[in-house]
Design a binder for this molecule. Structure first.
Ligand SMILES: *Cc1c(COP(=O)(O)O)cnc(C)c1O
Length: 432
C-alpha cells in the first residue's frame, strides 16, 4: 500500500514519539501532536492567497487551538489573534500579540471587558445595538486607538452543520442585515458614530460552502459601500471577513485558501480593490490538518458479533465527534506498538473511548486492521478544536500536547506545548 507524504510524515513522528517515551502504554496513554513545520506552511499558503496590494491582518481564531505556545508560534509568523472571551484575551496577551493585532469578538462582552479592550487599543467588533450603546458611554469618556466595527449577520443561510452556521436568519450572532428596518437602523448607527469604521462578518465554521461564505462577505462589503456613499465620506475603512474555511476530514487534501479568495474576487471585488483594509480570522483551516492524536488500545472485545477496541481517546478530547458523529467523522489509522501502520485485513469494528457512557465511540463499524491491546489508534486532522479544548467528563486528565519539527536530515524534535494534567491538578479543579 502506498502512503501519502502526509501519512509517511505522521508515521515518522509517531515512531519517534514512542521511541522518545512521549507515548507509553503505562505512562502516556494519550497524547496530541502539532506539526509546527506544517503550521508554518499553512500560514504561508494563507498569505499567498490574498493580494499583497491589500493591507491585510490575518488573525488566528484562538478557540481553534488556544494553547499559548501555539498562539506564540503563530505570532512569530506575523499573525494576529481573534479572541472571544477574557480567557482567550489573556492567552493572546500572554503569547505576546500587540493589542492592535488582537480582535475581540464575543457576543457577550461585559462593560468591564469592553473598557479593558478600549484602554489597550484592541480591535472590537460589537455584536448588537445594546453593546453599541455601552461603547458610546465608554468612548465619550476616553480616547482609544481601537478599531471598532459591527458584526453584521448577512443572513445568507446555513451550511451543512446547523450548530456551526452563524449566518442563518435567526442566528444569535451579529446584527441582522435583511430583517425589516434593520439595514436602515444599521446605517443610522454608523451615521451617529464616526468612530465606527469597520464591518465584520463570520458566516460559519465548517460545513459552509465557499460560495455561501463569499456571498455573506459580499453582502457586508456592499453594506460598507452603502455606508460610505450614503454618508458621503469614507467612514468604513476596513472589512473583517471572519474565518470558517472548511476542512476536508476525509482525505489529506489541504484547505484551499486560494479557492476561497477566487470566490471573493468574483463575488466581492470591492474587497480587494485597495480601498479597504482586510482582517481575516481563520482557525480550523490553519491547524486541523496539522495535528493528530494518538491513543493506546487497552482492551479488545466482541459484543453482539461486533469487535470493539477500548482506547484511551474518547469524548474528553473528541467531544464533537462523539456527540455528533455524523457531522464530525474522523479518519483513524491503526498502528502497532512501534508505531508502524498496520496492514492486515480490514475488520469492521467500533473504536471506543474510556468514558463511562455507551455513546463514547470515536467510530462505529469502521473497517480497520484488527486491533490488539498495546496497539495505537491515530485520530487524524485533530490539530484544531480537539485536545486543545478538552471535556472533563469522568475527571479524565487533559493529555499532553507536543509540538513537532523535523530537521532536514529527518530528525524529529518535540517541543512541549502543554504538559499532561496531573491527578493533583484534576483534584484541584474539582475542589479537592
Ligand atoms: C469560530 C470563529 C472563527 C474561526 O472559525 P474557523 O471555522 O475555525 O475558521 C472566526 N471568527 C469568529 C467570530 C468565530 O466565532
Amino acid at each position: 500500500m502506498t502512503q501519502t507524504p502526509e501519512a509517511e510524515r505522521r508515521e515518522h513522528i509517531l515512531r519517534a514519539a514512542i521511541r522518545q517515551g512521549l507515548l507509553d502504554p503505562d505512562q502516556a496513554l494519550l497524547a496530541a501532536f502539532i506539526d509546527l513545520d506544517a503550521v508554518a506552511a499553512s500560514v504561508a499558503t494563507l498569505r499567498a492567497a490574498f493580494p499583497s496590494s491589500v493591507p491585510t491582518l490575518h488573525t488566528f481564531a484562538a478557540k481553534a487551538n488556544c494553547l499559548v505556545p501555539i498562539l506564540r508560534e503563530l505570532r512569530t509568523h506575523g499573525m494576529g489573534c481573534e479572541v472571544a472571551s477574557p480567557g482567550e484575551l489573556a492567552q493572546a496577551l500572554a503569547a505576546g500579540f500587540p493589542p492592535d493585532h488582537i480582535v475581540f469578538d464575543s457576543p457577550a462582552k461585559t462593560g468591564a471587558e469592553l473598557e479593558y479592550a478600549l484602554n489597550l487599543g484592541i480591535t472590537v467588533n460589537a455584536d448588537n445595538f445594546q453593546e453599541l450603546a455601552r461603547l458610546d458611554a465608554l468612548i465619550a469618556a476616553r480616547s482609544t486607538t481601537s478599531r471598532i466595527g459591527v458584526r453584521v449577520n448577512p443572513q445568507v443561510g446555513g451550511g451543512g452543520i446547523e450548530a456551526m452556521s452563524t449566518a442563518t436568519s435567526t442566528s444569535k450572532f451579529g446584527i441582522p442585515h435583511e430583517d425589516a428596518g434593520a439595514r436602515q437602523q444599521l446605517l443610522d448607527a454608523y451615521r451617529e458614530r464616526p468612530w465606527l469604521t469597520w464591518v465584520h462578518a463570520h458566516v460559519g465554521s465548517q460545513g459552509c460552502p465557499l460560495d455561501l461564505m463569499a456571498e455573506g462577505v459580499a453582502r457586508v462589503v456592499e453594506f460598507a459601500e452603502e455606508v460610505n456613499i450614503s454618508l458621503g465620506r469614507r467612514q468604513v475603512t476596513g472589512i473583517d471577513i471572519g474565518g470558517g474555511l472548511p476542512v476536508d476530514f476525509t482525505s489529506d487534501r489541504a484547505p484551499d485558501f486560494a479557492a476561497y479568495t477566487a470566490h471573493l474576487h468574483k463575488r466581492a471585488p470591492a474587497l480587494f480593490d485597495g480601498r479597504y483594509e482586510v482582517i481575516t480570522e481563520f482557525g480550523r483551516s490553519l491547524l486541523a490538518k496539522n495535528g493528530f492524536t494518538a491513543a493506546y488500545v487497552e482492551y479488545t472485545k466482541e459484543a453482539g458479533g461486533r469487535p470493539i477496541a477500548i482506547t484511551h481517546a474518547g469524548a474528553q478530547i473528541a467531544t464533537r465527534t462523539v456527540f455528533m458523529p455524523g457531522a464530525w467523522p474522523l479518519r483513524i489509522t491503526a498502528h502497532g506498538p512501534d508505531g508502524a501502520l498496520k496492514h492486515g485485513q480490514a475488520v469492521t469494528q467500533d473504536i471506543a473511548g474510556p468514558c463511562c457512557f455507551a455513546g463514547d465511540l470515536l467510530a462505529r463499524a469502521r473497517p480497520l486492521p484488527a486491533l490488539t491491546p498495546g496497539d495505537l489508534v491515530v485520530l487524524l486532522d485533530t490539530g484544531a478544536y480537539y485536545s486543545s479544548t478538552p471535556f472533563h467528563y469522568n475527571s479524565l486528565p487533559d493529555p499532553a500536547v507536543h509540538g513537532v519539527r523535523i530537521t532536514p536530515d529527518g530528525h524529529v524534535r518535540f517541543h512541549p506545548l502543554r504538559p499532561a494534567e496531573t491527578l493533583e491538578q484534576v483534584l484541584a479543579r474539582t475542589g479537592g
